[in-house]
Every structure is written in C-alpha cells, then in structure tokens.
Design a protein around this ligand. Sequence first.
Ligand SMILES: [Zn+2]
Length: 430
Amino acid sequence: MTSGDGPVLAVVGPTAAGKSDLGVALAETLGGEIVNADSMQLYRGMDVGTAKLTPAERRGVPHHLLDIWPVTETASVAAYQSLARAVIADVLGRGRVPVLVGGSGLYVRAVLDDLRFPGTDPALRGRLERLNARHAEQSRKLGILRDQHATAIARLEARVRQIYLEDTPDTLSFVLEASSFADLLDHVEFLNDIGRQDDRIAMQVAHATAAMAAARAETARIRARVADTTRVVGARVAEQRAARDRLVASRDALSSARSDKRETLGEIRADRADFVAEVGALERESAALAAKIRSSQGAGVASTGSGVSASGFLWPVHGAVTSGYGWRWGRMHEGIDISVPSGSSVVAAASGTVIYAGWLGGYGNLVVVDHGNGLSTAYAHNSGLAVGVGASVGQGQTIAYSGSTGSSTGPHVHFEVRVNGSAVDPLGYL
Ligand SMILES: [Zn+2]
C-alpha cells in the first residue's frame, strides 16, 4: 500500500451468509469497489457452489480478483497477498473505498492482519555482512602493519644514532689502527655487517610503508561500500516501516469504522424492510379507501362536523413520529406513523361522523371520520374500536384503542388526512 491512505472494509463470515450482496450494497453506499478474498472465486470456471455473483448482481460495482487463475493452478496465499495489496493501493489511490469480501479467513488475514513484510533482500543483506567482515579483518591487518612500521622506524633510528652519534670509527681509521691483517679483516667484516643490516632495515621500512598505504586504500574502499550498502538497507527499512505504520493506522481506523458502518447499515436495512412491508400493503388498499370516502361524502351522509381550519386538528395520540409522510425507497407513505404502546386511547382529531369502522386489509382495524368540506381522517392498526359507522364524534373523543393489526411491525397509529379522498401531509393540519 504505497499510494493513498484510507480504510479498507472487510466483509467476512461463513459461506452463504449474504456477504457478496452486502459487499455490493456497502460499495454502492460508500463509493467502493469489491476486492475478492474468496479463494474459490479466484478460479475461472468454479461458479457452482461458490456464491459468485453474476454480472447483473454486481450492479455495476467494479469487482477485482475474480476468475484470475485457471483451475489447474494451485492457489498461493503469497501470490494472492501481493495481488490484493496492489489492487487495494490502486483503489485507494483513486479515492475509492476497497471492500474486501470473502469466506477464506486466511486470504483476508493475508491482506489485513499480516503486518510482517518479507525481509530485506537476503542477497543484499548477505553482501553487507560479507563487506562488514572484510572491513573488520582489513582494519585488524592495518593495525598490525602500523605496529610493524613503527618498529622498523625505531630500529632504523637506533642504527643511525649508533653510527653517526656514537663516534663510530670509519673504515679508514679501522685500517690505520688495525694491529694485524686478521684484525683488519675483522673490522672490514664488521663494517659490511653494519651495511647489510642497514639495508635490511631500510627495506623493511619501505615494505611496511607500502603495505600500509595499500591496506589503508583498501580499507577506505571497503568503508565506502559499507556506507553505500548501509544507506540502501536503511532506506528500505525506513520505507517498510512507513508502509507498516500507514497500514497499522488505517487498520485501527478501520476497526472502529467497520463496526459503526455495520451497525448503521443493519439499521437501515431493518428500517427499510419494515417500511416496505407496511407501505406496500397500505398502497394496495389506498384506492379502495379513497373510493369509500368519496362515496360516503358524495352520498350526502350527514356530517355533524363544521369543517376544520388548518392547524385545528388534535393529535390522535401523543408519541414520536417514527415515519413521516411522503416518498421513501420508491414508495409513497400516505400518512404519519406515531409510536405508542398498544391499548392507548386514539381520539378524533376533529368532530365529525364515523364513515368507516372495521377491518380493511393492511390497515387492520380502521376508523375513518368525515369532518365535512371533503376533509376526512383515518386511524389504522388499532387493537380495538370504540365507535361504529354513523356515530357522531366530538374532537378529542376516544374512537379506538391503538395496536399493531394489519401490516404493521410494531404498535403505532398510522394517521392519514384526506381531502376529497386523496391523502395529504397530516403535519399541515396538526
Ligand atoms: Zn404508516
């Protein structure tokens, strides 16, 4: 992951838990792309029993690492790991959210949790170790040569001192002072010995000097190579450390984001399922209800209501509005849902005449009150009714007891306001 930072979402769980579908929903919601982590779906042709989504089911969300290997190839976690990391870096680099989906825990872990990196190039590390060993050996050698050089110089100085400072007689004085030929020969031999010894010492010094210079040059060369190699290794280690830190940071951010998003998505899915179940059933009855209201109003059924001006309505019950009026998820909700415990008194929003009191499909136990001037109100999902058709009711009078009958996923009052049979937003009248 060298380009771009950001969270990686992982959808994991047992086979057939709906991961693929959830992955697509997440990707649609978050602007993501799917990265497959199911080992079986890496193979071309293994479509049966692997829950592989059809192109239509992918709903236009890009899917990566599907069908990449022939079935004859043996899956390798290492090969998958490098492919997946490259794909994730690419997705992040384009500002999208990678959604890792799969049932193969090993493959998911290979991408998310395995923070170990393959070690530094073993060949490079080996070379550095060999260079370091040579450098140490060469330094030791240089030390020994330096000692030898110092010793040779000291010896030379001693000889020079002996010859020139200790008033040693020269060859001529030896000859003149020799008492015998044998004595003379001894002296000459002595002088020759001195000359040979001086040559040897001078040569030793020259050798030691040259060897030391060569060793020093070789040491400097090795030291330069050690420094170069150390710099390369250091740069790679720093690079890997930075990459690991980024990965750790994004993993930490992910682990909290992951649970938050899973929760939110779960709630949305549950809400949506409830809403669709209730509204779908009410839609089927709505036209029938409108017809009933219009025929009652058109037939001149006596209305004792005096007409109600806007905002003249009472709330039928007191509770939280859990679903408002209007379009949601492609469906029209023709009333408002007010959450109350079962058995609560439901009161007439205004005075009028009961034109319907009984069961009506998804509405369950329903009461409809006509208020005159084409205005009517409906109260649905009741557990019991307190009035019958034709009854005159006053504003605030109990007309029913709340419940969860018909298509309802919990105790609440579904309250509608209709003008000439057509539903309008009740909040405009409350
Ligand atoms: Zn409702």
